[in-house]
Design a protein around this ligand. Structure first.
Ligand SMILES: Nc1nc2c(ncn2[C@@H]2O[C@H](COP(=O)(O)OP(=O)(O)OP(=O)(O)O)[C@@H](O)[C@H]2O)c(=O)[nH]1
Ligand SMILES: [Mg+2]
Length: 223
């Protein structure tokens, strides 16, 4: 891998106003030339505002966060690929630390472990328990030692992504990418990150997180 790898950051969004601050912060952290790809399913007024940020904006016609991230990754040019939620809940610096871990060849995919840095009101006990059960299932099936397979932050090696880019995403969020890489023998690891409460708007991911979780469990077991 090149000494100064190029980085692409993918941000999936539906009407998240935190995204504007996140774009600025990413440029501060990684440099103003960093490729930022927004995959957007927002209203027209948000879309117009997003265009003004100077980031690449892909308008998503289908649905699902995994399809959004897949579209962004396919459009990306970086040798290291990252993704972060647009709602301001994930510690941005996790991207920098994930990049370091990938550059040092310690992993092929690094997930941001939110459970190591939960702030008050950021994740209720029910979601913590569900996430832990699913992640333990993932650990048993794929022989990994992670704590948060449902996180919204990851960093990935481009060469690993190239091996899964033609797989049709299934409903599992970032766990879809982790499952497909782990299945092929790539090393999936994690770094601790801080996790903050959502500041505004509502959850976009799924109407029922319980049904979503059951679906993720079946994908971990049967994919
Ligand atoms: N483009 C796109 N973005 C999505 C879609 N679903 C969710 N997102 C975005 O993906 C990120 C994760 O969704 P969230 O709604 O925050 O999911 P969550 O973190 O489980 O839910 P909260 O705890 O309420 O924040 C956010 O930036 C959303 O705006 C989708 O279908 N398309
Ligand atoms: Mg969120």
């Amino acid at each position: 891998m090149a000494k100064n790898p190029s980085i692409s950051v993918i941000i999936p969004t539906i009407n998240e106003s935190s995204i504007f601050g996140i774009i600025k912060e990413i440029r501060k952290l990684l440099g103003s030339n960093t490729e930022i790809i927004i995959v957007d399913k927002s209203s027209d007024s948000y879309y117009k505002k997003l265009l003004k940020t100077g980031a690449t904006v892909i308008r998503q016609r289908d649905s699902g966060v995994e399809n959004a991230i897949m579209a962004g990754l396919k459009a990306a040019n970086g040798t290291i690929l990252a993704s972060i939620d647009a709602d301001g809940t994930h510690e941005l610096n996790g991207i920098t630390r994930g990049i370091r871990m990938i550059s040092e060849k310690k992993a092929d995919m690094v997930l941001g472990n939110r459970l190591a840095g939960l702030s008050e009101g950021s994740m209720n006990l029910y979601l913590q328990a569900g996430n832990t059960i699913l992640t333990n299932l993932f650990n048993v099936v794929y022989n990994t030692r992670i704590h948060d397979v449902l996180t919204g932050l990851f960093v990935m090696k481009r060469s690993a992504f190239d091996k899964i880019k033609d797989v049709t995403p299934y409903r599992a969020g970032i766990a879809f990418f982790a499952i497909e890489l782990a299945k092929r023998g790539y090393k999936v690891d994690e770094i601790p990150i801080k996790y903050y409460p959502r500041q505004e708007g509502e959850s976009k991911l799924a109407k029922s997180k319980f049904a979503y979780g059951v679906g993720v469990a079946s994908h971990i077991l049967f994919k």
